[in-house]
Design a protein around this ligand. Structure first.
Ligand code: FEO
Length: 385
């Protein structure tokens, strides 16, 4: 990107992003410095990296001073060092919208910052050749979020949109979609409608580059590919016709049933993926559930309810507005298998879901009767693909 220096940092120490997402390859907090007659820094970084970030900014500036720091998103992974920046560069103006400044006051004390430039949706700021336009993008992923479009370099600084997990130094050349999808559905997924609207608004501009706050800068084919993925994701459209089978099993009998269903589906030529909810990453499972057109949840009845791992999984899907899919259930229980109905009820606030008519009921272990139910469920799923 012409006149833009990368001043972000890699976090390889983090165990859980946002306190809940495993990030085996860490995460990048991107920050960009746009150098023109005036100099603007786009966002800061996580609080553990203020010194490293400020050193990078200082080096990128050389003899110059920054005129602006643009706060696109107030979540602390991007705003924790704004105060330290203002202490170091008191003449720089903090650029944000009204909501940004309310949050800055909450985090750093009322009245902070003194030197502020309040911008509205669509407002422009000229740095010289680079003319910036601020595009409000509420709920992608907080209410104050705004994108920044640089007309001179046709670049959209897209805040959390188009972000992914993974530090840049650990993920060079890695496929974009897998960790971008887990990031999107884990973090922004609930707000698909708002994300779609914000991206549609940004599409009015000619975009040659997308510079998100996490992960790689997207250009050329990678940009096209990411836009195509976002079109599907924000519309809750499945990417794959097939079945994701998610199971939780106490003594292995429910697992056996889930695996039998996979075999039956594959015999019928249906694409399938299976995962043990107790021994896998919950966010990866949420991502996979959104990836497929069909989902089957197999769970044990526990304390007259749904086994906790399945319950947590369903909650995570419902929270994210799971929709436009077909769902089937396998329930197990030694004396009172009752969790299928409860699982279905748990989805009642979700839109555009179809539930398979064939519900598999297992009493303790597979029987001829439950095997036949699995076969019937496989037939029904195949027919609805
Ligand atoms: Fe990357 Fe919503 O913070």
């Amino acid at each position: 990107m012409k006149d833009v220096k990368y001043v972000g940092v890699d976090d390889l120490q983090i165990d859980l992003f946002e306190g809940q997402f495993i990030v085996p390859d860490g995460i990048a907090y991107n920050s960009y410095l746009i150098e023109d007659e005036k100099i603007a820094v786009v966002d800061s970084v996580d609080g553990h990296f203020c010194d490293e970030w400020l050193k990078k900014v200082e080096k990128a500036l050389g003899e110059k001073s920054p005129d602006y720091i643009i706060v696109q998103h107030m979540e602390p992974d991007h705003s924790a060092c704004v105060e330290a920046f203002c202490k170091k560069y008191p003449k720089a103006q903090v650029v944000g919208n009204q909501k940004t400044f309310v949050m800055l006051g909450e985090y750093f004390g009322e009245g902070f910052p003194k030197n502020r430039l309040v911008v509205k949706d669509g407002e422009k700021l000229s740095l010289g050749k680079h003319e910036l336009t601020f595009i409000s993008a509420p709920m992608v992923h907080w209410p104050e979020v705004m994108f920044t479009y640089d007309d001179y370099i046709k670049t959209l600084f897209s805040a959390d949109a188009f972000g992914k997990f993974g530090a840049l130094s650990k993920t060079e050349g890695e496929e974009w979609a897998c960790e971008a999808r887990r990031y999107y559905f884990g973090i922004v997924g609930k707000y698909g409608v708002q994300a779609k609207a914000a991206i549609a608004k940004a599409a009015a501009y000619e975009i040659k580059t997308i510079a998100p706050l996490h992960g790689v800068v997207l250009e050329g084919e990678a940009l096209k590919e990411s836009l195509a993925y976002y079109a599907k994701w924000t519309a809750y459209e499945p990417e794959k016709k097939g079945v994701f089978i998610a199971y939780s099993s106490v003594y292995g009998h429910t697992a056996t049933a889930a695996k039998l269903l996979k075999e039956e589906l594959e015999k019928r030529g249906v694409k399938c993926e299976i995962e043990d909810l107790l021994r896998s990453d919950w966010a990866e499972n949420v991502e996979t559930a959104f990836e497929y057109s069909h989902l089957v949840i197999a769970a044990t009845t526990y304390n007259a309810g749904v086994f906790p791992a399945a319950k947590h999984f369903i909650d995570a899907l419902v929270e994210r507005g799971y929709r436009n899919r077909t769902i089937g259930f396998i329930e197990n229980g030694t004396w009172a298998p009752v969790c299928a109905e409860q699982m279905q009820t748990a989805f009642e606030t979700c839109k555009d879901l179809t539930f398979a008519e064939n519900i598999v009921k297992i009493r303790s272990a597979l029987s001829d009767e439950s095997r036949a139910q699995i076969s019937a469920l496989a037939d029904e799923l195949k027919e609805t693909l």
